[in-house]
Design a protein around this ligand. Structure first.
Ligand code: HEC
Ligand code: HEC
Length: 395
């Protein structure tokens, strides 16, 4: 997922050498003129930064007022902004006014000083430009770092070790996955799913203005065709994936803070949408899984599974110990400054034609939250392949 509009969160995963499969992940969704870029599954493989020899524009060629991040591939600016927001625990408007390029907020200029300082610390002490000491190292979620240590004793105790007895009592990973398949409705029912049509509401909180809710509709066809439409008051936002390439048709009237859309963005993808079976055939999505323990997620006890996807991203997935259903996926999104968490929560499972599906999906990457609440999901209504093609006028 991703935001586009004036704000793009692009993920520089679009390497020319990508396999068709990786390319299929390049999709995005918008809101409020902000595009929230979901990242591609291979984001953790290390190849998403600065593709050498690529023709990609630099940040200063795409944006209006770049002084600190000159030379950075433009697609990486969004991730950096997310990382800085998350590190300080603030929304975008902490440093920005209605026009992103404006330097009216003191915090933005302070941030430029901090960027230089952080770069210098890394260079002088570690011989790298970024990545060892970062904003979060000092800020830990607040704009003004604490200079005085806390007095609580636990702060200097070693972290607790996992209880070996509790680990011994865990089921096997196979048992957990079997339970998940049974909970969903059984392998035969899952295999019988060919298309899905979902309707409901998309609510976007972007860390700038109030939350915005719009009607949305999603058409999907196995294994990975997808058409997403959100009906904004100013016009429809549509994006599609035809099985090998993604496209966007943005007919919204731009307004306010979302006014200027920089050219040349790349799209990320969130497999909830593009991969028809992403979260119902876990073994296919994640060839390698290890049961690591139990945690409490949103008040529910869940098995924590360390899962490595086909493309190498290392995720944590959580299966409710009682219901056997997937309730959370946690992954890390890479920026030049460091990693930021990306979390997808699944809830309100209901049965649709023999398979249980989540009617509420919340995706978040600080400071963005993007909630899909479905009112209707239908399976196996025939959908023509052409529906997923890029509209002719946009070619
Ligand atoms: C801690 C302060 C801070 C936060 C929080 C922050 N930014 Fe920035 N932003 C900056 C600075 C500093 C620059 C200028 C970078 C440079 O000079 O290279 C910038 C530049 C930008 C630009 C380029 C504007 C132009 O045309 O020059 C965009 C777009 C942007 N930010 C979007 C965002 C978004 C979206 C968020 C929230 C996710 C965000 N920023 C959060 C400090 C911040
Ligand atoms: C080595 C520690 C350290 C690192 C790394 C660091 N900061 Fe800071 N930052 C501080 C301290 C300390 C202050 C408070 C200074 C003060 O009180 O005047 C501060 C203050 C700030 C402020 C001022 C808050 C305001 O409201 O004006 C901003 C913005 C900021 N930092 C952004 C960043 C960003 C963005 C990064 C990463 C690129 C970063 N900092 C990295 C230590 C750090």
């Amino acid at each position: 997922m991703r935001f586009r509009g004036s704000l793009q969160i692009k993920i520089a995963t679009m390497k020319i050498t990508m396999t068709k499969e990786r390319l299929t992940r390049a999709i995005s969704l918008t809101a409020l003129g902000l595009i929230l870029s979901f990242t591609v599954m291979d984001r953790l493989t290390g190849d998403s930064l600065a593709a050498p020899g690529s023709q990609e524009k630099t940040a200063e060629q795409v944006y209006k007022n770049i002084k600190s991040f000159t030379g950075l591939p433009a697609s990486q600016l969004d991730g950096v902004m997310n990382y800085m927001s998350a590190s300080l625990g603030v929304g975008c408007s902490y440093c920005h006014t209605d026009s992103w390029e404006s330097d009216d907020r003191a915090a933005k200029n302070n941030a430029r000083r901090m960027i230089e300082m952080t770069r210098a610390i890394n260079k002088t002490n570690y011989g790298v430009e970024w990545g060892v000491v970062s904003c979060y190292t000092c800020h830990v979620g607040r704009p003004f770092p604490e200079a005085t240590p806390g007095a609580r004793q636990e702060l200097w105790q070693p972290p607790p070790k996992p209880d070996p007895k509790a680990m011994a009592a865990l089921p096997t990973i196979d048992e957990v996955l079997e339970k998940n398949i049974r909970a969903l409705g059984g392998q035969a029912s899952i295999d019988g799913l060919k298309t899905r049509t979902s309707r409901g509401t998309l609510t976007v909180e972007n860390g700038i203005g109030p939350a915005v809710s719009v009607p949305m509709e999603i058409h999907q066809k196995a294994p990975n065709k997808m058409l997403f439409t959100a009906a904004y008051p100013g016009g429809a936002y549509t994006e599609g994936f035809d099985g090998s390439a993604s496209w966007i048709a943005d007919n919204r009237k731009k307004e306010g803070i979302a006014g200027t859309e920089p050219e040349g963005r790349t799209l990320g993808s969130e497999p909830t949408l593009t991969e028809f079976h992403a979260y119902i055939k876990l073994r296919e999505t994640y060839p390698t899984m290890r049961l690591l323990g139990k945690e409490i997620i949103n008040g529910r006890e869940a098995f924590l599974i360390g899962a490595t996807s086909k493309s190498g991203s290392r995720d944590k997935i959580y299966i409710d110990t009682e219901t056997g259903l997937l309730i959370r996926k946690h992954t890390l999104f890479k920026t030049v400054l460091g990693m930021i968490p990306e979390v997808v929560d699944f809830s309100d499972y209901r049965e649709v034609g023999g398979v249980r599906l989540p009617f509420k999906i919340i995706w978040s990457r600080p400071p963005f939250t993007w909630t899909r609440m479905f009112t209707e999901i239908k399976h196996n209504v025939p959908i023509d392949d052409e529906k997923f093609d890029k509209p002719a006028s946009k070619q």
